[in-house]
Design a protein around this ligand. Structure first.
Ligand SMILES: [Zn+2]
Length: 469
């Protein structure tokens, strides 16, 4: 008998192999070191292996860890200050955003990572400042970080009115910092931390910054992650500065290929979405965030129809992928007035194997397969939200996970073979102090906003005074 580190047995196992969800009844997984060494039935694996630890997952679903393909963990600290308003970015968000200090970096990120981890997210594609503290926080938390080293070319006092003032030298200096960050951290922690380049959006950097970014990305084999067509505001900037819409502009720069992870596509037309998909671009769909701040459902159906890979991201909303899966399915069914659109199994794939491929990690994560990283979760199916469980003649587990799960049903989370949460208890972070620190940071930011007379008339400040918040 071969000896392994962990054996997880007796699960309703969804491997996400093949074209569907890869269900295995009474399924089991064997883990050695960072990797999955066997995936089969419990009967088969208990004959082949002895284990340091055996986890009995009776009554639980066993799935690959969920992938949050677009998140700004650092912005979770100002959650709830910019919704139900037109012009959310300039009119509500920006004053708060401008008050976030470097000192808060780790504090603010980790509360969001904690929230995601507890709800089964194992990989975070996170827009971070290219600072060592950001990567070190990921090292400590144990989750998989695909860190987007973000940079823009905005001048320090830009208020986002009129044509933005962009600073060529500052943009180049920040790109150099992002490249240095990638150099230091990409592939660290035995591959658990990877880095991609993140020009924040095409209207927030200059053409020469994008040209240089592509050169650096090619030289170092890095992907590029960028918000694309994320609103009318961006389109207006692009037309004014370059006389082109975003997608045509990026096409001309040679950006539309499988190196690009394009976030949002909020105001991309279906034709633009299809064109990008056919060229190999992948799409990060953030249904909850875009629904909330813009009231828009991005063209992911057209993107997928054209053969493109779509991943799901929580952006700066609630950091749980169960929320994203559910809203993605609902919004698109409503948009098309068609209940067959975005069935549960498809959105589950978008949060696992398709998401993994879309972010360039398809050979490492996203499914339970021999040789892949042991990133996996168990979900208790016995509670009111997910039961009663049916196996035959109709299996209802995936639909219930997508449409009914709250995320609190996740019991165990493993990343790269290491258990980060056991029986709902996070082992790598002190939950109470993470949340207390985030609360203190948020209050200090709000106090600084309140102290500035220019912000007295913010829509949501008035709504608070008027008793509507
Ligand atoms: Zn974003």
């Amino acid at each position: 008998m071969e000896h392994v580190d962990t054996l997880i047995t007796h699960a309703h196992m969804f491997t996400m192999r093949g074209d569907g969800v890869g269900y295995v009844k009474d399924g089991a997984v064997a883990v050695k070191g960072q990797r999955i060494v066997a995936v089969d039935t419990t009967g088969e694996l208990t004959h082949r292996f002895t284990a340091e630890e055996t986890v009995d997952a009776t009554g639980h679903a066993l799935l690959p860890g969920l992938i949050d393909a677009h998140v700004h963990t650092a912005l979770a600290v100002i959650r709830g200050v910019a919704q139900d308003v037109r012009g959310w970015l300039e009119k509500a968000y920006w004053p708060f955003y401008k008050q976030i200090t470097d000192k808060d970096v780790v504090v603010r990120s980790m509360a969001c990572v904690l929230e995601g981890l507890k709800a089964g997210t194992t990989t975070f594609v996170d827009f971070v400042d290219p600072a060592a503290e950001c990567a070190e926080a990921y090292v400590a938390s144990g989750v998989r970080g695909r860190l987007v080293a973000q940079f823009n070319a905005l001048t320090a006092d830009e208020q986002l009115t009129g044509l933005y003032a962009l600073d060529q030298a500052a943009g180049h200096a920040r790109l150099a910092e992002a490249a240095a960050f990638a150099n230091t951290w990409n592939g660290s922690e035995e591959g658990r931390i990877t880095v991609v380049l993140g020009p924040v959006a095409p209207d927030l950097v200059l053409r020469e910054h994008l040209v240089e970014t592509k050169r650096v990305a090619d030289r170092h084999g890095l992907m590029i992650n960028m918000h694309v067509a994320q609103g009318d505001r961006e389109t207006a900037q692009m037309l004014q500065r370059y006389g082109q819409r975003t997608v045509a502009y990026l096409d001309e720069l040679g950006y539309l290929d499988d190196q690009l992870m394009a976030v949002h596509l909020t105001v991309a037309t279906e034709q633009e979405a299809e064109y990008m998909a056919r060229n190999g671009v992948s799409m990060m769909l953030c249904s909850s965030a875009i629904g909330l701040v813009d009231g828009v459902v991005p063209p992911s159906i057209a993107f997928r129809r054209a053969g493109g890979l779509v991943a799901l991201g929580s952006d700066n909303g609630a950091c749980t992928m169960f929320n994203e899966m559910r809203l993605t399915a609902y919004f698109n069914k409503i948009l098309k007035a068609d209940p067959t659109v975005m069935p549960a199994w498809e959105v589950m794939r978008m949060a696992t194997i398709d998401g993994a491929r879309a972010i360039g990690l398809g050979d490492q994560i996203g499914s339970l397969e021999v040789g892949k990283q042991a990133d996996l979760i168990t979900v208790d199916l016995s509670g009111a939200s997910l039961g009663p469980v049916l196996g035959e003649p109709v299996r209802n587990i995936i639909p219930n996970l997508v449409y009914s799960a709250r995320g609190t049903e996740v019991r165990m989370v493993m990343v790269a073979g290491r258990v980060l949460m056991r029986d709902g208890e996070v082992l790598t972070m002190d939950e109470r102090s993470v949340l207390d620190d985030a609360r203190d940071a948020a209050q200090a930011i709000a106090d600084r906003v309140a102290a500035n007379p220019a912000h007295r008339d913010l829509v949501l400040v008035s709504a608070t005074k008027d008793g509507r918040l």
